[in-house]
Ligand binder design. Structure first.
Ligand code: 4AD
Ligand code: MG
Length: 433
């Protein structure tokens, strides 16, 4: 007879009463006389394994005594349902093979400082909490893809090296590209626009880069963005799209990741409230509202984190703020024909003080207007020639948006900082590990 089948802990319920093999790591070991209780993790889940001197014999039992936190092993045993066990099952161990006895593990289930944890991010990833966050991130990314695929959007990957500044020239990472200067992309949008003219409805999903010299709980130097772009769409269309999109993503996490949300002690009722319609306010309405709440901001200013928090705390759903001043927004924004000082753009601010998670709107589709705007923003006509071309060959109104994955994860998980929302965060002055 061969070895018993290898199963993942997450699938253990299908194998109750049958001998199986688990391959994983020891999270915790508790000796108790003739018994030892091992908490084993394999990435898919955790299970308690009972090592019994009577069943295993002296030698194997002594072997188990060597098992330190994070030692790797293969255990053979029989799973049984146990309502008291965390996860609902327990493994009665019948044989044990140690693969590697781990050195004393630096990350302990106690309060370490953030600096220490970030220095040990490669090991910190193994903790229950970090696994919950990253499994929710996985689910959010999956939901993003599903949402757009179900609506017939084509996935078009945007390049990382680019000659263009999409979101302002102050946050560019420059790099040498064979004697030419290249930037790391700030957004896939401009390429999304070209693709929308080719395919109608597209999205891209990938890493983006900003040299933001700000140390806040919302900023990373490298973050992921999902960006839909739609031909023949106007501002109102992408506001509807963003509303349906966010609602679906939150819903998916609620459907599939209850256990992880529980680990994070997330208040589920806050997420259950994320259903359409979302409140919609113009920039001008928001300024009035903030002023009446005591904010010292002046009309024409962009919102800072403080204003965003103040506003989003007023609602239990995401808020769509539209028609910001043209002057505070990117060069490509279409002006509102009703008031040319205002742009046909929108930001979505998450509730509970999380601030902006989505930015987008309608793009200029007229050649002359765009050429003039590029000049006003001191952007090189040469680098943007291809982008201008899109306004020469069958130009149509079009619109889109971008959602920062890490900000969405922070909000949905209820985290205080984006640093835990990405496997290996790139932050100001932090490149290790
Ligand atoms: O508002 P932003 O700058 O918009 C764009 O980049 C557009 N080109 C997107 C589009 O229309 N296709 O950025 C979009 C989102 C923000 O709302 C935020 O969630 C996230 O990207 N973001 C960041 N996330 C983490 N760290 C940073 N430094 C971020 N900068 C933006
Ligand atoms: Mg923005």
């Amino acid at each position: 007879m061969g070895a018993p089948p290898h199963v993942s802990i997450a699938r253990i319920a299908t194998m109750v009463g049958q001998e199986v093999q688990l391959k994983g790591w020891v999270r915790h070991r508790r000796p108790s006389g003739k018994l030892q209780f091992l908490t084993i993790r394999d990435g898919s889940g955790d299970i308690q394994a009972v090592v019994n001197k009577g069943t295993l014999g002296e030698t194997q039992f002594e072997l188990a005594n060597q098992l330190t936190q994070e030692s790797s092993l293969v255990v053979t045993g029989v799973p049984r349902a146990d309502t008291r066990a965390p996860g609902g099952y327990e493994l009665e161990v019948t044989a044990l093979e140690i693969i590697h006895v781990a050195e004393p593990f630096p990350v302990q289930p106690k309060d370490h400082g953030v600096g220490f944890l970030l220095d040990h991010r490669h090991l910190w990833l193994r903790s229950t909490r970090q696994q919950a966050v990253l499994k929710i991130r996985h689910e959010i990314l999956k939901a993003c893809r599903t949402f757009f695929e179900e609506r017939d959007f084509i996935l078009i990957d945007a390049p990382i090296f680019t000659p263009n500044a999409c979101e302002g020239t102050t946050t560019l990472f420059q790099t040498d590209y064979f004697e030419q200067m290249a930037y790391l992309t700030q957004s896939g949008q401009l390429y999304g626009e070209a693709a929308a003219a080719a395919f109608g409805k597209v999205y891209c999903l990938g890493p983006t880069f900003r040299a933001e010299k700000s140390k806040t709980r919302r900023h990373l130097m490298e973050f992921w963005m999902v960006e839909p772009e739609v031909a023949f769409a106007e501002l109102a269309d992408v506001m509807d799209l963003a509303e349906a999109f966010l609602s679906m993503v939150v819903q998916r996490v609620l459907e599939t990741r209850q256990e992880e949300l529980k680990t994070l002690e997330r208040d589920i009722s806050k997420l259950e409230a994320i259903v359409p319609p979302f409140p919609r306010l113009t920039y001008d309405e928001v300024v009035k509202r903030l002023t009446s709440l005591g904010s010292s901001m002046r009309e024409g200013d962009d919102f800072g984190a403080e204003e965003e928090t103040l506003l989003s705390n007023q609602f239990d759903k995401p808020v769509l703020v539209h028609r910001y001043p043209v002057a505070v927004k990117a060069f490509y924004m279409q002006a509102d024909p009703v008031n040319p000082d205002r742009a046909l753009c929108m930001d979505v601010l998450a509730p509970e003080g999380y601030g902006e998670i989505i930015g987008g709107g309608q793009r200029i589709h007229d050649y002359q207007t765009l050429a003039a705007r590029l000049e006003a923003h001191h952007l090189s006509a040469e680098a943007f020639q291809w982008y201008l071309d899109l306004r020469r060959y069958g130009s149509v109104p079009h619109a889109g948006f971008g959602m920062g994955i890490e900000r969405a994860v922070a909000w949905i998980c209820g985290l205080a900082h984006v640093r835990e929302t990405i496997p290996f965060p790139r932050m100001l002055y932090r490149l290790y590990p």
